[in-house]
Design a binder for this molecule. Sequence first.
Ligand SMILES: [Zn+2]
Length: 263
Amino acid sequence: MAQELVNALEPELKRLKREYIADSLVTLDGWTDEILAVIRKVSSRFSTPLFDAQVARVAASTISRAEADNAEEFRDSVNRAVGVDFQMIAKPKGMTDYLEASTAENVNLIKSIPADYFSRVETLVLGGMKDGLAPTAIARQIHDETGVNARRAKLIARDQISKLNSDLTRQRQTAAGIEFYKSVDAGDVRVSGAPGGKYPNAKISCYGIARQDIGYGPGIYKIADGATWNGVKGLHPGKHHILCRCVGLAMIPGVNYFPEKNG
Ligand SMILES: [Zn+2]
């Protein structure tokens, strides 16, 4: 996306440079139309039915791969707890609908990326030209914006996968008849609320959630309810905050969970 834009814009910016730099206020309107036409020609390539179909394919295959990984991870975690090989990979009732809804949501998220990107670039290019910046300076701003955009896209992708994982695990645990989970944080300095870590004063403390005891044992909660922290209810592992890395360990009574000990 960014490469196509730069390829199309660079020669235009160079060609128009003489017009928009210095005392050429008279021709102000001429170049804006031309440069906008160049940007829109590139951006229109990312809003065609063909592009939409590609987006839908990418979203569907990403979601289904994440679902398969989650099924395997769930099976392994139950096997570790129970100590026997439990082969069933269940796709509980309602999960297909949930996966379709997630795919649709992600299609919209992905489609919003080029739209946002090109509108920011338009603002940058027009602003830069009005200020009489050299094409190389404008190109550098586009380059920076592209980096910001790529980091934002990566963050959205990671957060979406982590939320999907959290929801799928919860659905699988519930379908397997499991009632409680233990919240386990990532155990490093980036854990929110960890004393001596990077974010000791975070509003939602994954560290605290993994340790507080609401009556079922430290860090143990009902799957149906999730945890409460700082007045925020329904906090589920993997979704405590953006990029939360906590996991919910299935608590199986008599296997790895002995409720009578906790009263
Ligand atoms: Zn967390």
